[in-house]
Design a protein around this ligand. Structure first.
Ligand SMILES: [Zn+2]
Length: 75
């Protein structure tokens, strides 16, 4: 007689890769992936449109156009 312990490894279920929201790190939904909700998707889009396109630089802000008005003001 042989006994087969089949039930021991029966529950070895490999879970699918969980996708986490890029914004808040919650579990992403299938519809809104890679985000958890439309809100987070909009937030990410807003970030791209707002400041994501320009990379921040270390240059001094605003000084480039400082001396432009000198000619007209010199009368
Ligand atoms: Zn989210």
């Amino acid at each position: 007689m042989t006994s087969k312990p089949m039930d021991k490894n029966a529950q070895k279920v490999v879970p699918l890769k969980e996708r986490k929201c890029l914004m808040c790190k919650k579990l992403a939904t299938f519809e809104m992936r890679p985000f958890c909700s439309k809100r987070c998707a909009d937030l990410d889009l807003g970030r791209w449109l707002d400041g994501g396109y320009r990379l921040p630089t270390n240059e001094a802000p605003g000084d480039a156009e400082a001396g432009m008005e000198d000619d007209e003001y010199n009368q």
